[in-house]
Design a protein around this ligand. Sequence first.
Ligand code: MOS
Length: 729
Amino acid sequence: MEVNMSQNISQNSNQNATTSVVGTAASRKDGRAKVTGTATYAAEHQLSGLVHGYVVTSPIAKGRIRSINTTAAAQAPGVIAVYTHQNSPQIFKPANNWMNSKIYEARLPLSDDQIHYAGQVVGMVVADTLERARHAAHLVQVDYEPQAPQVNARTANYQPSPPWFGEDFTFNSGSFSTGSAEVTGIEAQIEATYTTEMELHAPMEPHATIAHWQGKDAVTIYEPSQYVLLTQKTYAELLGLAVERVRILSPYIGGGFGSKAFPWPPSILCAAAARDLGRPLKVVNSRRQMTANAGHRSETEQTLKLSATAAGKLVLIEHLAKSCTSPVDVFPEPCTIVTPVMYAAPNIRLEQQLAVMNVGTPTFMRAPGEAPGMWALESAMDELAWTLKIDPVQLRIMNQTQSHQRKNLPFSAKQFTECLEQGAERFGWQGRSPEPRSQVSPSQTQDDLLVGWGMAAATFPGYRGATSAKVRLLPDGTAHVLSSGNDMGTGAYTVVGMTAADALGLPLNQIRVELGDSLLPDGGIAGGSQMTASLTPSVALACQEVLKAAEATTAAAAFEKLRQTGRAAFEATASTAPGEETKQFAFNSWGAHFCEVTVDELLGRLRITRWVSVMNIGRVLNPKTAASQVRGGIIMGMGQALMEECHFDPNTGFPVVYDLATYHFPAHADIPRIEVAFVGEPDLNFNPMGVRGVGEIGITGVAAAIANAVYHATGKRIRSLPILPEKLL
Ligand code: MOS
């Protein structure tokens, strides 16, 4: 197909086969800086005169503040200021429309005396040290008038879900239906309800902000941000400044997963208070504060009905999905987003419902919608396969759809069958003894362990956004690539460098990459698994443009010109964006997971002993960093499947987990070797690099693959996550 001419990048100009870097397993460019501690994260910046803020949070989940006494806190040693809703620093209401600005949550910090959830920010103490600020924060006396909170998702009041920003901005409500009211040809059917628990954001780096004002009308903000230029625009609106007066620095992010896409209340308060104080101010979330002030993934309840012919062809898919939001913003977990993508059926009925609870505001978390959606859909497909006595791999192959059934567009470069077949082959699926409880493994201390094999599909949309990148050729023989886009641990520094290396015909170590600074051209968002697909086309084009600017055919010739003429640099900036192809194709990445579990029924102990995943993501720019993304997603999926949950005290509404000891997630000993392979061709309909996203697909389908293996091992169908030991006894 034809693509926009300006994006028509020739991959192999200025290089020969021996210099190709793209496609090799290059190690991370930022790896050494990270392991030696020279990579500076937001909270680590040393500024002279820096003071420390510690937020005061609500112990009640609903009600109002009757009064606050700050006298003791203000008189404590080292205290510089105490803020409450009665003396909040000035914060302006942003448009909050995704284009000019976006915050979670919509309610501004300290805007009134109302309490909507436990952990809500009700004040902040600033002192000369962190310890003194924290101590004084505990001296703030707040008199609350509590009301009974709603913190039980099972008894919440669900309504049809309002619109959600999502798939190409077109996922209006999650409700969709096609086909007829009278469905005929049903010879087999399953209907079941699947639940997930609330999952908390727990990146290694907790949220942190340093705000450093230059006078009252310009500020530099050090904050981990997955979307540097929108964060810049958002702070400009919150602080009443021109956009150019705000600089965001986010060169390194210690994990984001969606929680660092937009500023949260403690950071906003930090920026506003720093202006008020005229001092650089640092605010770091404690782990406990992260539970309510960094977003989470809502619990979900999904009912799936799958109806099929005796031969296994689907005739009806019905999917009702429920999730919860906070009283102060709207975030439906869009589980039904995957349903029209995965399997063909003449009749499809989707519905999303949402309830309000007294919890912090939910937000994006790795594969929002797709992760819980695929848990339900891929569990249901397994149940149908058992009902029909059809191999679950075959059931998926025969029911896959070649078009996106809501968009009515054909998928580009889809190699889902290859994922399933190659995964089955690598795992040895054909050696499966199909009956539940039919495979055992000897144990030295107990009765035999039950062994189960399970599989599930994976998918994630191919998103791409408009980006720009600048490339400079310098007399020292290096090329410098600059963009505000960032690397939240994904490998962006590396793949950006590799793209430039090939486009310029240079070795990777002659490419310097600078990311995560709002002074640089708009690199787009590290979210929706789109940074690589969005940014690398601009990098490749800018490399071509800089050679044109140098009137040189090779980088070596351009460097020679610089040395001969004494010029400082050749420089070019290029921009790329999606075009007409989004009206001709639907873009998704595809995959298949195969796993083995052992279950000790005496102890309820489950171990994951083997894992094979095969992914189809278009061109694989770097098999090492891409496989690491998939592994990270799978490990996060194992947490969702087996461990992660946040419950609330029904009386106080306070979360009963609050740190990395009480919130369980997988550690190394829980994880087997994870084999990851890639199949398929470059998706050149999608972008000139042919690459789709890989950041989120890994988590999708993981929980279902495990639950399906548990069924095979034990004959027990577990429909509620996490699969805790007591559910296996
Ligand atoms: Mo992701 S949930 O798009 O950071």
